[in-house]
Design a protein around this ligand. Structure first.
Ligand code: NAD
Length: 500
């Protein structure tokens, strides 16, 4: 397959055109206190299109002094009446305006995400729609963050209120950058906080454009600040900052542990959304058509760069060979190529480093004796493309079954009974998500209960809704995003006793 100029050959949609125009409009800067500014050091970095390996634009690189300035701006905004005295229904209106702005500029945002991240355009288009839904979901909350009154003796009155935590540092990964920015910012603002967002250095563009749109809605300066820059400098400074009250982090488990350690200086509230190695268990009584289609969609979605991807597929030994064959047949029809082509199922991986990492796992699978049924090779020599890759007859102890690969690599692992399936599914340090495929209701509930995972799907995979809490068991995270629990993570309880 010739992938030269991948991402550029198709006729360009209006959204794609607007995204390119925005990129060309000049170097991107930091957003601090409602103003676009250069980093204090003057340093910049380049962001690349992973499909073409061409530079897209340069971006100001935030460092510790910029973090100080952004946190100070967020603190001033948190205390200023223009934000602090806003009523809950005014916050609802503010968030609804943001959701509208996302929708109105949806095609441009989707194209921008595809240019910077490499995800297929149909995928980014769906994601942008979900971003608007998520912001609307949080727009419904400000008027419903309720306190309680508590029983007391007649001479006192005791009540609890939920108050914002303050300045929130929001540190994001590169795999779905706009969704992470939207969900965290909307969650923080719904609860009355202010935000300093640190997008991943590989994919800063959609967050910067989103911030422009947020500013245009008329939000007071300093409520949302954005600091692109490297994790070790901007991220670490934000995570350790003494005037940041909360950090919400999405990324690897290794960095999540560093964020937790950095929080101890001022005992920040922390939520961590980390890595996964999620099991999907197919029993012999499952609807195999649906199970096979969902398995392929899951491990190939966003080229496998999804934290909750079902990358360990446990299949009953009586149907292992059939399921493995059907999965390989279907995955072999998934087109790898330009993320702007309508029939592309897999765009590029994010970077050369990620491609090398994924290829090293393919080598490890082959070396350890797993059966390579499909793929395993790079596609083309420009862009970080890789074939969907399927290993069968994998042992749960193998490296490809234990470690997060973050590429389109599936490990199919046989099991012999329900207990064996659950034991193997739980034999991992991760616990982000899981699925059970069966027509037996009792088995579905029993296995859902037994697997250690933050989200479990029965006869489907990966469907998400903002009402569904999302987070990890074990080393997949701390706390929850989405759902009512996410409001608790961005608020704190004050108990008041009034002596009457
Ligand atoms: P990463 O941990 O390398 O980086 C995540 C973010 O943290 C980036 O913005 C980075 O700049 C920053 N960072 C790096 N070092 C830092 C430090 N010392 N202090 C503060 N910030 C620092 O992760 P990644 O490679 O960008 O993303 C892939 C990982 O994210 C995978 O493990 C994936 O499973 C996980 N992820 C989890 C979820 C979830 O909801 N659980 C969602 C998406 C991605």
């Amino acid at each position: 397959m010739n992938l030269a100029n991948a991402g550029q050959r198709q006729s360009i949609s209006l959204g794609h055109h607007k995204a390119l125009e925005w990129i060309k409009s000049g170097p991107k800067r930091l957003l601090i206190d409602g103003k676009w500014v250069n980093s204090q050091s003057g340093k910049t970095f380049t962001t690349y299109n992973p499909a073409t390996e061409e530079a897209l634009t340069t971006v100001s690189e935030a460092d510790a002094p910029d973090v100080d300035a952004a946190v100070a701006a967020a603190r001033r905004a948190f205390l200023a009446p223009s934000w602090a005295a806003m009523t809950p229904d005014q916050r609802t209106v503010a968030l609804l305006k943001i959701a509208e702005a996302i929708e109105e500029n949806g095609e441009e945002l989707a194209a921008l995400e595809t240019l910077d991240n490499g995800m297929p355009l149909w995928y980014s288009t769906n994601t942008v729609k979900k971003c608007a839904e998520v912001v609307r979901y949080y727009a419904g909350w400000p008027t419903k963050i309720l306190g309680t009154t508590n029983p007391s003796d007649p001479s006192s009155f005791i009540y609890m209120v939920r108050e914002p935590v303050g300045v929130c540092g929001l540190i994001n990964a590169w795999n779905t950058p706009l969704m992470m920015a939207c969900m965290k910012v909307a969650n923080a603002l719904a609860c009355g906080n202010t935000a300093v967002v640190k997008p991943a250095e590989l994919t800063p563009l959609s967050t910067l454009r989103f911030a422009e749109l947020v500013l245009e809605t008329g939000l007071p300066p300093g409520v949302v600040n954005v600091l692109p820059g490297p994790g070790a400098a901007a991220g670490a400074a934000l995570a350790a900052h003494p005037d940041v009250d909360k950090v919400a982090f999405t990324g690897s488990t290794a960095v999540g542990k560093q964020i937790l350690a950095a929080s101890t200086g001022n005992l920040k509230k922390i939520t961590l959304e980390l890595g996964g190695k999620s099991p999907s268990i197919i029993f012999q009584d499952a609807d195999l058509d649906n199970a096979v289609a969902a398995a392929v969609r899951s491990f190939c979605g966003n080229s496998g760069q999804i934290c909750s991807a079902a990358t360990r597929l446990f299949v009953h030994e009586s149907i292992h060979d059939e399921v493995a064959r059907r999965i390989s047949d279907l995955a072999s029809t998934y087109k790898v190529g330009s993320p702007f082509a309508a029939d592309t199922k897999l765009g590029p991986l994010i970077s050369r480093e990620q491609l090398n990492r994924v290829m090293s796992y393919v080598d490890a699978g082959t070396t350890e004796g797993a059966e390579l049924l499909l793929g395993g090779s790079r596609v083309g020599d420009i862009g970080h493309f890789i074939q969907p890759t399927v290993f069968a007859s994998v042992a749960n102890s193998m490296k490809i079954a234990q470690e997060e690969i973050f590429g389109p690599v599936l490990s199919i692992i046989p099991f012999n009974d329900d207990q064996d399936a659950v034991t193997k599914a739980n034999d991992t340090p991760y616990g982000l998500a899981a699925a059970v495929w069966t027509r037996d209701l009792t088995r579905a509930h029993a296995v859902s209960r037994a697997v250690k995972a933050g989200r479990v799907w029965v006869n489907t995979y990966g469907e998400a809704h903002p009402v569904m809490a999302s987070g990890g068991y074990k080393q997949s995270g701390l706390g929850r995003e989405f759902g009512a629990e996410s409001l608790e993570a961005y608020t704190q309880t004050k108990a008041v006793l009034v002596r009457l």
